[in-house]
Design a binder for this molecule. Structure first.
Ligand SMILES: CC(C)(COP(=O)(O)OP(=O)(O)OC[C@H]1O[C@@H](n2cnc3c(N)ncnc32)[C@H](O)[C@@H]1OP(=O)(O)O)[C@@H](O)C(=O)NCCC(=O)NCCS
Length: 205
């Protein structure tokens, strides 16, 4: 059963300038697999791994069952998986996970972008679109992003979004084969006022 008092309907695609997010679909399987293969060296240091080993190397197996599982998770109301698009083409992924209802109304965001579009502000815009959806349509109250202190590029993303530093979580998530500390950044609906997108003045040309 959904942790929210209502099911999560599939959100409509969101765009700002050249950047967009839309819910992942089976038609994205081949493109995502290609990007995961081409970006192996780029993504590997920051990828979640299974404690104790196991699990296929991303890009080496079909993503169709994974996408099916993602859609099931959305129906259960616990997570929503988006693709990030740039000029309409799939360029990365953004996941909303650990959606909590009750008195918390919070969720966690994760993301990656293909190296060929890095440094164009695509991810901050995609995250702003997601946060505005979560606050204004899904009526969540808080969103967090947890980042390894070594991940300077990702730290720049939360800095651009003006997210608030909450503190260090020691050995919080299993990344690239070991338990890694993460710095947690958060934002609440009260803090964004008219929305995250208008706050960052996004619309990248
Ligand atoms: C973190 C990441 C999502 C940022 O996405 P992005 O769309 O490039 O974000 P931005 O355009 O705002 O750039 C962020 C920073 O990346 C760095 N950067 C810029 N161009 C770059 C390039 N061509 N290659 C690598 N890094 C670059 C800069 O430090 C930039 O900050 P700046 O704009 O203040 O100079 C992306 O680097 C990525 O996917 N990395 C690998 C996976 C990952 O770390 N995921 C997040 C885990 S928490």
């Amino acid at each position: 059963m959904s942790p929210l008092p209502h099911p999560i309907d599939t959100p409509t695609p969101k765009t700002a300038g050249r950047v967009g997010i839309r819910v992942v679909a089976q038609r994205d399987a081949a493109t995502l697999r290609r990007l995961l293969t081409e970006n192996r060296t780029w993504l590997e240091p920051w990828e979640a791994t299974f404690p104790g080993g196991g699990g296929a190397v991303p890009g080496t197996v079909s993503l169709r069952p994974v996408i099916r599982a993602m859609r099931k998770q959305q129906r259960a109301g616990v997570s929503i998986s988006f693709v990030i698009t740039y000029d309409g083409a799939v360029a990365g992924q953004l996941s909303v996970s650990d959606i909590s209802g009750g008195a918390a109304r919070t969720a966690s965001i994760g993301y990656w972008i293909s190296q060929h579009v890095a440094g164009r502000g695509v991810t901050p815009t995609a995250v702003a679109l997601a946060i505005d959806y979560l606050f204004f349509e899904l009526r969540l109250h808080r969103v967090e992003i947890c980042i390894r202190p070594e991940n300077e590029a990702s730290l720049r993303v939360v800095k651009k979004l003006g997210m608030r530093y909450e503190g260090r979580r020691d050995r919080y998530i299993h990344i690239a084969g070991s338990w890694c500390d993460h710095d947690c950044f958060a934002v609440t609906a009260e803090e964004v006022g008219q929305g995250m997108l208008s706050r960052i003045g996004a619309a990248h040309d």
